[in-house]
Design a protein. Structure first.
Length: 264
């Protein structure tokens, strides 16, 4: 009780160190990672770091089974190779992109991975890397990424978009038992194995939407017009004429189908 009261006073003054909970006890650490007594659960959340500090894996690399790096600005996964026995990895609310995934090392024991609220958009690339580097994965969450098409990303997505995404993910990672916020049922996994390979999302190249601007019709694609970019000079116009081989008699016209002769 005295420790909790002291902590409350320190928080009121704005001088409280980081709080680490292990069981029913409270430990205070200043600007270092909070960890359980055995070093199996390591938390380094909210430190505003852009990469994984070297001292973190040097100190806890051989003991950490749960690593929480959420609420930082991490854009590279280099350094995770130092955590040899890692089983759970929390990377929510960071700045991970498709390029960041290339630095994910093999983690053979990892069974839980949360990547919520990052900037990952290439679902196929992510699944390919996870399939090769994380063979024991059972729990995966991608909510808040463009790679996960649900209402958290944009209102243009509906339940059918999200279900197709689930089928594709489960088809590629058949060992998953929990995806995002929902458990994987036997029926869903069976359907994913049947149709999941056809649920691949193909995105158009962004350059296709910038072609009008390259032709000098403005920087915005909404400025596009099929008309010529310049007006012809008087006296230099060109024209053509020809003879039509088809003559329309109206014998097969549907326009007169319901009109009687006396109504003409």
């Amino acid at each position: 009780f005295i420790a909790r009261a002291a902590l409350a006073d320190a928080m009121a003054e704005g001088t409280a160190p980081e709080v680490s909970t292990a069981g029913n006890s409270i430990s205070l650490v200043d600007d270092v990672a909070s960890a359980s007594n055995s070093g199996e659960h390591v938390c380094y959340a909210g430190k505003d770091i852009e990469s994984i500090p070297e001292h973190l894996w040097r100190e806890f690399g051989q003991s950490a089974r749960i690593l929480d790096l959420s609420y930082n600005r991490i854009s590279s996964l280099a350094g995770l190779e130092g955590f040899a026995v890692l089983e759970e990895l929390i990377l929510d609310n960071n700045q991970l992109t498709d390029a960041s995934l290339q630095s994910l090392p093999p983690l053979p024991l990892l069974h839980t991975l949360t990547l919520n609220k990052n900037s990952i958009s290439d679902t196929e690339l992510l699944l390919k890397i996870l399939k090769n580097n994380c063979p024991s994965l059972h729990y995966l969450s991608l909510l808040g990424n463009r790679a996960c098409p649900n209402e958290l990303v944009g209102s243009e997505h509906d339940d059918q978009d999200y279900q197709r995404y689930r089928y594709f993910v489960l088809n590629q990672l058949s060992g998953l038992s929990f995806l995002d916020s929902r458990q994987v049922s036997t029926t869903e996994m069976k359907e994913a194995k049947r149709v999941g390979q056809f649920m691949r999302i193909i995105k158009p190249d962004d350059q296709q939407f910038s072609e009008p601007s390259k032709r000098g019709r403005g920087s915005d694609s909404s400025d596009y017009t099929p008309l010529p970019a310049t007006l012809p000079v008087a006296g230099q116009h060109k024209g053509m004429f020809g003879r039509c081989k088809y003559v329309y008699y109206g014998k097969h016209s549907e326009g007169n189908r319901f009109i009687r002769n006396n109504q003409l």
